[in-house]
Design a protein around this ligand. Structure first.
Ligand SMILES: O=C(O)CCC(=O)C(=O)O
Ligand SMILES: [Fe+2]
Length: 308
């Protein structure tokens, strides 16, 4: 069992190390801002405590539970995202894939559980970017975050959780987000996810503690990984929720709530991950693109009206 003290030391070490690295890549004030946000946000500072239910069904569900189902994605749209993924993603040594099962099997043989996947470029020829530039999604983010869309940037990627036999190969110390954690990515942020394959228990389903985004007990403050027992002891009100659904099932989540992916035992999972953030740290997250107009990407017009 990891103690609070050792997690706090880890928290201070992590945030300071990030600061030192960031200072070399972004403006000093951005790096400092990020350091202070990461240092204090997990302890409840800067977190919007708003309980306002204005902003529609999705937004009130998010405020209450931290997660809400959103409009699903039809088969033709999913298929074109999967085709785009297979066309653009590459394995080690540039290996290309014709089909999704080829991709899964390749990484299964490599014993890599969470390959890097494919990031949206922010350009008009990117199917993931085009999916994100959608009024329905952006409006939910804008209303939940209380931000004009001019001040929102997004990043998105498609990635997989692969069912690997035995021990997986660890390329880094990263745990593939399979232990409970809060995301502390910006002052305000919201994620959305779309299962691109059927995902039930055992298929790498996502788990979240309902309502846990509204509580900031000191013991869960340090940026770290936590066990079920630790989350439940510190936030007895929070109930665990297993996110299950067929391909196309979509949900928005305030990932300040404790959440994780799970290790696939039965099937592989392909998922679309989207994150909307206020733009303070846009220069730090190199893959972000504005959701409003021309910025780093080549968007020269407002987002298209939703065709979800
Ligand atoms: O893979 C998952 O289900 C969770 C990933 C995660 O922690 C995140 O996107 O913040
Ligand atoms: Fe996360």
């Amino acid at each position: 069992m990891t103690s609070f003290a050792s997690r706090l030391v880890g928290h201070l070490y992590l945030t300071s190390r990030e600061f030192v690295l960031n200072v070399t890549t972004v403006r000093f004030d951005v790096a400092l801002n990020y350091f202070v946000m990461r240092l204090l946000s997990p302890f409840g500072l800067f977190r919007a405590k708003g309980t306002s239910s204005s902003g529609g069904e999705e937004v009130s569900g998010l405020r209450e539970n931290g997660i809400v189902e959103i409009r699903g994605v039809e088969k033709d749209k999913r298929d074109s995202l999967i085709t785009f993924f297979c066309e653009r993603v590459a394995g080690k040594d540039g290996k290309k894939f014709n089909t999704l099962p080829d991709y899964f099997d390749y990484y299964r043989r490599e014993k890599i559980q969470r390959p890097t996947g494919l990031f949206a470029t922010g350009r008009g020829d990117c199917a993931i970017t085009n999916f994100v530039m959608n009024d329905y999604l952006i409006d939910i983010a804008s209303r939940y975050l209380g931000l004009d869309r001019k001040n929102i940037v997004a990043q998105a990627n498609i990635d997989a959780l692969i069912r690997v036999e035995g021990a997986r190969v660890k390329l880094t110390n990263y745990d593939d987000a399979l232990e409970f954690h809060r995301d502390i990515d910006s002052y305000k942020f919201l994620k959305m996810f779309v299962y691109l394959t059927d995902c039930f228990q055992g298929d790498g389903h996502h788990e979240v503690y309902l309502g846990s985004h509204r509580y900031t007990p000191l013991s869960l403050g340090p940026i770290a990984r936590y066990t079920n027992a630790e989350v439940e002891r510190a936030i007895p009100q929070a109930r665990i929720h297993f996110v299950e659904g067929r391909a196309g099932y979509a949900f928005a989540e305030d990932t300040f709530a404790f959440h994780r992916g799970t290790k696939p035992r039965t099937g592989d999972r392909l998922i679309l991950n989207i994150e909307f953030m206020e733009s303070t740290f846009a220069s730090l997250y190199e893959r972000t693109f504005p959701v409003w107009s021309a910025g780093r990407g080549d968007w020269s017009r407002p987002p298209l009206t939703s065709d979800l």
